[in-house]
Design a protein around this ligand. Structure first.
Ligand code: G1P
Length: 292
């Protein structure tokens, strides 16, 4: 099994980060000096992905422009002796083959993924949710860890993480049995469980490698939690037909779709930034002293 295609659903309305996301797509909010979506694309590319489909909507054209050349800007930078900056701008457009499709109606994650059917064809493919940024200091990126498990067990693999009760009800839950360190057989799953219906505290977490059988299933999946067509409901049907494993990947996860997660990611990435990290550390220590 070789996974070279990925889908990034980015057609959400971004209601948790208003008013910033009223006219700027939430995927384009800057995390230090790069938009959130760039971290996602970088993880995909570092995991061996060559072709990426971004599922957008009519309010997200800033994303298409971002992954394109900007000749006027780049020529001007070069003429002004700023070749390095011009190269930085161009490199963004050359990271991967990026394709776009629009989700014409906001009908849920399962519906957004279904829009990738023609792009994916018959191959296994990856999904990366745009809100979840996964940081790995060293070792394989989060998605690569999933692809490795999918290749080893020759089946779909989805990311998981143990979360507390207040989060499990906002995400999804899995019933699992351990296969090896960090890898589990999936026995069942549900979306937006209650504390009574949760299957465990292991939630599905932002990264997936799925076989293309999911598309015909999604086409026939009725709306579920929140009145939306849920990917989890489609995957539950897939599980009745094919084996699936879950991978508790080794990475730090940031949920940039909410304010606290976004702030945490901003501070951590700024502290790691080669030009700003040292300065920020001093600034924070000084601030903490004054706040005492
Ligand atoms: C989505 C998925 C859910 C998953 C969560 C975190 O939910 O539907 O299964 O657990 O992301 O990755 P959302 O946060 O879009 O409501």
């Amino acid at each position: 099994m070789k996974v070279t295609k990925a889908v990034i659903p980015a057609a959400g309305l971004g209601t948790r980060m208003l008013p910033a996301t009223k006219t700027v797509p939430k995927e384009m909010l800057p995390l230090v000096d790069k938009p959130v979506i760039q971290y996602i694309v970088e993880e995909a590319v570092a995991s061996g992905i060559e072709d990426i489909l971004i599922v957008t909507n009519r309010a997200k054209s800033a994303m298409d422009d971002y992954f394109d050349y900007h000749p006027e800007l780049e020529h001007r930078l070069e003429a002004g002796g700023k070749a390095r900056e011009a190269e930085t701008s161009r490199a963004v457009a050359d990271m991967a083959n990026i394709f776009y499709v629009r989700q014409k109606e906001t009908k849920g994650l399962g519906h957004a993924i279904w829009r990738a059917k023609r792009f994916v064809g018959d191959e296994p493919f990856a999904i990366l949710l745009g809100d979840d940024i996964m940081y790995t200091e060293q070792g394989a990126p989060a998605l690569r860890q999933l692809i490795d498990a999918a290749e080893k067990y020759e089946c779909s693999a989805i990311g998981t993480r143990e979360v507390p009760d207040d989060l499990i009800v906002k995400y999804s839950s899995l019933r699992i049995e351990q296969l090896e360190e960090r890898v589990f057989n999936i026995l069942d799953m549900n979306e937006k469980p209650t504390l009574e219906t949760k299957l465990s505290n292991y939630a599905i977490m932002g990264r997936y490698v799925l076989t293309s059988s999911i598309f015909d299933i999604l086409e026939n999946t009725a709306p579920g939690a929140g009145g939306e067509i849920q990917l989890t409901d489609g995957m539950r049907t897939l599980l009745g037909r094919e084996r699936m494993v879950a991978v508790d990947f080794d990475a730090k996860r940031y949920d940039t779709g909410n304010l606290r997660g976004f702030l945490e990611a901003t501070i951590d990435y700024a502290l790691r930034h080669p030009d700003a990290g040292e300065w920020l550390r001093g600034f924070i220590l000084d601030k903490a002293e004054k706040l005492k």
